[in-house]
Design a binder for this molecule. Structure first.
Ligand SMILES: [Zn+2]
Length: 124
């Protein structure tokens, strides 16, 4: 089985998902072949917020995996999600350490999933 080697992964400084991602201080975005692995966290709801808010139910950080489809229209350089699909996988965390580890784990996991066969039988 063909795996997407690490030197073929593309890293982006932009936050890769979530409506309020422009207020997330933590973000990791990696394109691994056809997959976009996006982690966001440390959501600051207001400028004067003293604490980070959750990005989802009971989680301060989350990683989501999407199918990519071309480039984002706005010119930010990110790959566009295929909006016909929901996320393929989601993981939540409480600490930045766990979010960093979890992001890489999902990159490594999806690097081994072939686009043609990998999505068969998956709930997309
Ligand atoms: Zn964009």
């Amino acid at each position: 089985m063909k795996m997407i080697e690490k030197d073929k992964w593309e890293w982006f400084g932009n936050a890769g998902h979530l409506i309020v991602s422009n207020r997330c201080r933590f973000h990791l975005t990696t394109k691994v072949g056809p997959w976009l692995i996006s982690t966001v966290g440390e959501f600051v709801p207001h400028r004067d917020s003293k604490e980070f808010d959750t990005v989802g139910l009971d989680r301060l950080y989350e990683t989501m995996v999407f199918v990519t489809k071309g480039e984002c229209d706005c010119g930010c350089g990110l790959p566009e999600h295929d909006h016909d699909y929901m996320e393929l996988e989601m993981k939540g965390y409480s600490t930045p350490k766990d979010a960093n580890i979890g992001h890489l784990e999902l990159c490594e996991k999806w690097a081994k999933i072939d686009y043609e066969n990998g999505t068969k039988g998956m709930k997309l």
